[in-house]
Design a protein around this ligand. Sequence first.
Ligand SMILES: Nc1nc2c(ncn2[C@@H]2O[C@H](COP(=O)(O)OP(=O)(O)OP(=O)(O)O)[C@@H](O)[C@H]2O)c(=O)[nH]1
Ligand SMILES: [Mg+2]
Length: 301
Amino acid sequence: MLKNILIMNDRLVYLNKDFAYSFKNENALIEILKLTNKEMEERAFYDENMVIDMLTIKSICRKYKESNLFLALTFDDSIDPKNDRYKKAVDNLLQATLDYIKETNSEEKLNNPNNLVKKSLTVVDDLMSFLPPKISIIGYDQTGKTNIAKLVLEGKVPEKYIETTGLETYEGKLFDFPLLIWEISDDVGEDLWSKYIKASDALVVVLDSTMENAKETKNMIEKTAKDLPHAELLIVANKQDKEDALIIEQMEKTLGYKVFPFSANKEENAKLIQEQVAKLIELKSEHLDYSTESYVVNRND
Ligand SMILES: Nc1nc2c(ncn2[C@@H]2O[C@H](COP(=O)(O)OP(=O)(O)OP(=O)(O)O)[C@@H](O)[C@H]2O)c(=O)[nH]1
Ligand SMILES: [Mg+2]
């Protein structure tokens, strides 16, 4: 997913749009990119794509000779810089920046990146829809995967139950942020299942809060560690409204992970799951309260 767009010229930042926390210390990212800009200038790299790989976070940087503009896109998944759609989106964004600089002669406006963000929002949206986060929802039959996907993207509970076979994909927005959700059935077979969850930015694992399901889901979670060792997890103990639902402590003991108690059959619970999913992908939004409890599991902590 795309995490950050930065356009600058020497120390003057024209546009800095964060979509998600790229680093625990956000300033560190800006500082690294500033150094990269300086180095590219010294080595006279122009009109070139350059990919910097900083652990799992990648940045594609481009520098334009005529204007000395430096652009960096930071994302946490691999993208082919030669991809035509990406190239076109980057060109559009740089062109919007150049136009903005040309028609803006006040120093104050140039120094206020928000003005450019407002002006180039459609171009930024285009880039975002090109690289949205992908979340996979996994779990056994009838645990509540579809209900959760609909609550996250539409805030609604489906009117009637329809079985999902194989793969179902949903596209929508979460707090105005494009999001792709894949609901993956466990009946697709191991090979296909592994293929489908690849390139997920995060995983939502859904359980129906029974002991039998908790035991089998533990194995499913272990399988994901092989395909996606760095993806963070939200483990949902669904159907907590049922009288025979396991209590959370029992589920956490069986699974060995923190779980999020939930009931996906009520529309008024939409905000609760939306907030946790937003935390799962480290979404930045003024509608989000980061001080509330997070149930996100990071296996690498
Ligand atoms: N009581 C209760 N029922 C729920 C809850 N969440 C989902 N359900 C019901 O459980 C059934 C299955 O829900 P789905 O969301 O379709 O589950 P799924 O995992 O997508 O099912 P498959 O795609 O068939 O594997 C539906 O009848 C839902 O209404 C919940 O929290 N509480
Ligand atoms: Mg389903």
